[in-house]
Each structure stands twice: as structure tokens, then as C-alpha cells.
Design a protein around this ligand. Structure first.
Ligand code: B12
Ligand code: SF4
Ligand code: SF4
Length: 430
């Protein structure tokens, strides 16, 4: 047992070896430790990235910038960040236009839950070592520069596809962090633990300095500077991106299919329909084309094994889902979060993109059931707008329930709009 102190505790080779064993047991495929001060400068890079052009659905990202820049507002006294990753590698993407394509990251158990559990278990293990240590697990759950901290590892780099990739695992990895109120970095250098079970004890740790001017991890002697960087001439991901969201100047979030199919809640502009193809949830194109994802030596985490039966992903099956069936079928996966309406919108576009009339009856049936639900919701609102004396009352002063109903009405109307265009396209009436 070790007492907690502000000084670097005596972290023996035994500590690091045991930590490596623990990570191997928890299927953690990378771990490095960064001083929390590494966050400073984030506001500038955030503005450079989004400028004032943050899509409304991602507006939440621009809040709490002071927390992003100062992790001790997430955990009081935070001194080090333990950045980890888990692999979800699955290159089996369907090109069959009659089946919906779900992004690899969403085909297994919800990564938020898995990461959180692993981080908690890592935290408990650390507490056995340092009984006074306090920690906080982060998995998309707090305003935090996840990619910036991840790229500080000797084994990681941010590619032109905008994603962090790991030397042995490629880019199909999830990032998570454990903030701790103990200085595990000692002299302030970044410490990368080699988790490859085959590696020797002499190869266990890499130390990287932080450039005092740029605030970035030093490149000298860094593994990533040579073998891992994007080759100068490679632009495969940029060329393959269906919508042009990835381009050398700036990542255009509002054109990214991942954003459009998952985050965006409105009508998808007509000119983007064909580009979406059969992608009904997320997009992997800029990862599938990356050569680094071909030569991967790390196995995917068991929790992220594909749960979806190929037959279930037929568009005919998906278009026949009811809201209840949707919830049942996607329970436990991140897909549940987008809700029935966004999923139906995405499937309607995929059906329109096949150009096949076989989907017309499915679309008509879906339109009828969506209309029925819409009428029900509209009458609920009309009823609540009537005052007890028979007159009408002001809805703005209304309950949370009314605003939920109004939101649902907008969502169902949005599905109808998409079905109307899909029917026109497939019946050739455009
Ligand atoms: C919003 C979001 C999206 C949005 C916008 C993405 C974007 N890149 O802007 C959309 C919906 C489009 C999206 C798509 C995807 N996402 Co996403 N997304 C996020 C989320 C929740 C926030 C990202 C963000 O914009 N943060 C704000 C910016 C400012 O911070 P940042 O991400 O850390 O990156 C900045 C810093 O590195 C900073 N920076 C650079 N230099 C410096 C220097 C200093 C000093 C500082 C402080 C900062 C700094 O600049 C970067 C911006 O360019 C993160 C989780 C998270 N909390 O970070 C996941 C995350 C980035 N997404 C992830 C994934 C898996 C995806 C998809 C692959 C999913 C899919 N298959 O459909 C796609 C990939 C699309 C692509 N090519 O980028 C993973 C990426 C893992 C990885 N290997 O990198 C993350 C990290 C989630 C996770 N916990 O694992 N995503
Ligand atoms: S996820 Fe798809 S749309 Fe988004 S940048 Fe990558 S290839 Fe382009
Ligand atoms: S496809 Fe090429 S340019 Fe794109 S991330 Fe991979 S190596 Fe880099």
C-alpha cells in the first residue's frame, strides 16, 4: 500500500507490470498518462475547428469551454489523466443496397457502458494500490478533449480521417479517461505503457516530453513520428468520403454522414440522399479505406462483437418496425438513443437509394402508421389547448408533457416528409 502525496509516488517496475496485467485482463488495448495541464489552449483549437458554425444539434459542445480547459473542474485537484482505449475493429461492412449498413462501432454493446465499467474497475485497482486516491471516469460524459489527450501517446496519432489510430489496433478504437487527483507523471513527462503481451519488460514504458512553446508532445524519439504518421501522398480517406465532409482544409461536420444519420434531427437535404447510400446509422468509409486498419494485430473486444443478424438488417424488415419493436431490437446498443423516427428516416432514404419499386408498399404502410400516430398526437395537443370553459388557452405556458408531444409531432412530420419524397422518387413521379 502507498500513501497519497503530491510528489511522484515511488512507482516501481512491479507497479507498471501489474498495471499492464490488469489492462490485459480488462481488454484495454492502450494506456498512457498525461499531466492535466495538457488541456490548456483548447479554446483556441475549438474555435478553429467549429468557428461560429456549430450545427444546432452539437451546440452542447460549445458549452463549458472553461471545463475543457481545466479538468480540475471535473475532479477537484485532478493532476493526471489516464487515457485508455478499447478496440471494436470490425471491417465487415455490407455493400448490399437492400440491407441497412450500421457503423461498426454500434454493432455491439453500447460503448459508453462498457468503457465506464472498465474505467471503474481500473480505478478500483488503483485504489487498492493508493487507498486515498480519488478518480473520475470519463466516456463522452464530460466536456473533455479526448482526442487531444489520446494523441499524446507515443503509440497514437490523429490521421487525416480525423480519427486517432493506435500502432497495433488501428483507428477502430473507443477512447476513455480516468482523471486522478494524484500526480502519476512525476517530472511532467507523458508516460506510455506498452500493453503488447509479447513485449519485453525493457520495452514497458516510453517517456515523452512536452514542448514548452507549443504545449504539444515532443516528436523526437517518438514512435508515432515515423511509422505511424499518414504518408505524405496518402489521401484515400479524403477521396473516399462520399459527401466531401473530410477535406484537407476543414472537417465539415454538417456534411458528415455520421452526423446526418445520428445527431441531426431534421430533413436531410435532397442533394445528400444518394451519397448516404445504405448507411442507416453512422459511417465507416474513412476508416475502411485506411491502410493502417488492414494491418492490425489486436483483437476486438468481446463486448463489441456484432449482434445483428444479416436478415434483420434487410430494409423490408427495418421498414416494418414499430416503435416498440425498434426499442426491443436495439436495446443495449447506442442506436437506441437516436429513437424510432430518425431510424425510420434513415431507412426510408436507403430504400429510396435502391431505386426499387418493391419498397413502395412498405413505404405506404409506414406512412399510414406514422399518420395515425401523428393524428393522435395532434388531437392530444388540441385537447390540452382547450380551456375548461370551452375557449382556447396559451400553449406556451404549458407543461413539459406538451413540449414533448410537440417535439414528437415535429419528428413524425419529418418522417412523413422523407416518405413523400421517397415515394415520388421510386414511383418515377419526379
Ligand atoms: C461530436 C462528436 C462527433 C461529431 C463531430 C465529430 C468531430 N470530429 O468534430 C460526429 C457526429 C460527426 C462524429 C462522428 C464520428 N465519431 Co465522434 N465524437 C464526437 C465527440 C462526442 C465530441 C468531439 C468533439 O468535437 N469535441 C470537441 C473538440 C474540440 O475536441 P476533440 O474531439 O478532443 O478534438 C480536438 C482536439 O484534439 C483539438 N486540439 C488539437 N490541438 C490541440 C492543442 C491543444 C493544446 C488543445 C487543448 C486541443 C487541441 O483539436 C481537435 C479538433 O480538431 C467525441 C467524444 C469526445 N468527447 O471527444 C466523439 C469521438 C471523436 N467520435 C468517435 C467516433 C468513433 C466517431 C465515428 C467514427 C462514428 C461513426 N463511425 O459514425 C465518426 C467519425 C467521423 C470523423 N471522420 O471524424 C470517437 C473517435 C475515436 C478515435 N479513434 O478517434 C470519439 C473520441 C468517441 C470516443 N469516446 O471514442 N463524432
Ligand atoms: S464518417 Fe463518412 S461522411 Fe463522415 S468524414 Fe468519414 S467518410 Fe466522410
Ligand atoms: S487513409 Fe491515408 S491519409 Fe487517411 S488516415 Fe489513413 S493513412 Fe492517413
Amino acid at each position: 500500500m502507498h500513501a497519497l502525496s503530491d510528489e511522484l509516488p515511488e512507482l516501481s517496475a512491479d507497479f507498471w507490470l501489474k498495471l499492464k496485467q490488469k489492462c490485459n485482463e480488462l481488454q484495454i488495448i492502450s494506456l498512457h498518462i498525461i499531466p492535466t495541464g495538457y488541456a490548456i489552449g483548447g479554446k483556441k483549437s475549438f474555435d478553429e475547428k467549429f468557428g461560429t458554425d456549430i450545427p444546432a444539434d452539437l451546440e452542447y459542445l460549445s458549452r463549458n469551454r472553461e471545463v475543457r480547459d481545466n479538468p480540475s473542474l471535473i475532479l477537484e485537484g485532478a493532476k493526471s489523466v489516464i487515457s485508455i482505449s478499447l478496440s471494436y475493429r470490425n471491417l465487415d461492412s455490407t455493400d448490399n443496397p437492400h440491407c441497412g449498413c450500421i457503423s461498426a462501432y454500434a454493432r455491439g454493446r453500447d460503448y459508453h457502458k462498457v468503457l465506464k465499467q472498465r474505467l471503474e474497475r481500473l480505478g478500483e485497482w488503483l485504489r487498492d494500490y493508493f487507498p486515498d486516491i480519488r478518480y473520475r471516469a470519463i466516456t463522452d460524459s464530460a466536456p473533455f478533449y479526448e482526442q487531444h489527450f489520446a494523441a499524446a501517446s507515443s503509440f497514437m496519432v490523429k490521421g487525416r480521417n480525423n480519427l486517432i489510430r493506435h500502432r497495433d489496433a488501428g483507428s477502430m478504437i473507443f477512447l476513455g479517461e480516468l482523471l486522478v487527483d494524484m500526480n502519476l507523471n512525476g517530472d511532467g513527462r507523458i508516460i506510455t505503457l506498452n500493453l503488447n503481451p509479447e513485449s519485453s519488460a525493457a520495452d514497458l514504458l516510453t517517456f515523452t516530453g512536452i514542448n514548452p512553446v507549443t504545449g504539444e508532445a515532443e516528436e523526437a524519439g517518438n514512435v508515432r513520428s515515423s511509422a505511424l504518421a499518414c504518408p505524405d501522398k496518402c489521401h484515400r480517406c479524403l477521396d473516399a468520403c462520399p459527401t466531401g465532409a473530410l477535406n484537407p482544409q476543414k472537417f465539415i461536420v454538417s456534411k458528415c454522414i455520421s452526423y446526418l444519420t445520428i445527431e441531426y434531427g431534421g430533413y436531410i437535404p435532397d442533394d445528400l440522399w444518394a451519397k448516404i447510400g445504405n448507411r442507416i446509422y453512422g459511417c465507416d468509409t474513412c476508416q475502411l479505406t485506411c491502410p493502417f486498419n488492414r494491418k492490425v494485430s489486436v483483437a476486438a473486444d468481446r463486448e463489441f462483437a456484432d449482434r445483428f443478424d444479416k436478415d434483420f438488417l434487410k430494409l423490408t424488415e427495418l421498414l416494418s418496425l414499430t416503435p416498440e419493436k425498434f426499442r426491443e431490437s436495439f436495446a443495449g446498443t447506442p442506436i437506441l438513443r437516436i429513437g424510432f423516427c430518425k431510424m425510420m428516416r434513415n431507412c426510408v432514404i436507403a430504400a429510396a437509394n435502391t431505386g426499387s419499386k418493391i419498397y413502395l408498399p412498405y413505404l405506404i404502410i409506414l406512412r399510414n402508421s406514422v399518420m395515425k400516430k401523428l393524428n393522435l398526437l395532434r388531437s392530444q395537443i388540441a385537447l390540452s389547448a382547450e380551456s375548461p370553459d370551452g375557449g382556447s388557452q396559451d400553449l406556451s405556458a404549458d407543461s413539459a408533457e406538451n413540449s414533448r408531444t410537440l417535439r414528437e409531432i415535429r419528428e413524425y412530420e419529418m418522417v412523413i416528409q422523407h416518405i413523400t419524397r421517397a415515394v415520388k422518387l421510386l414511383s418515377g413521379s419526379f
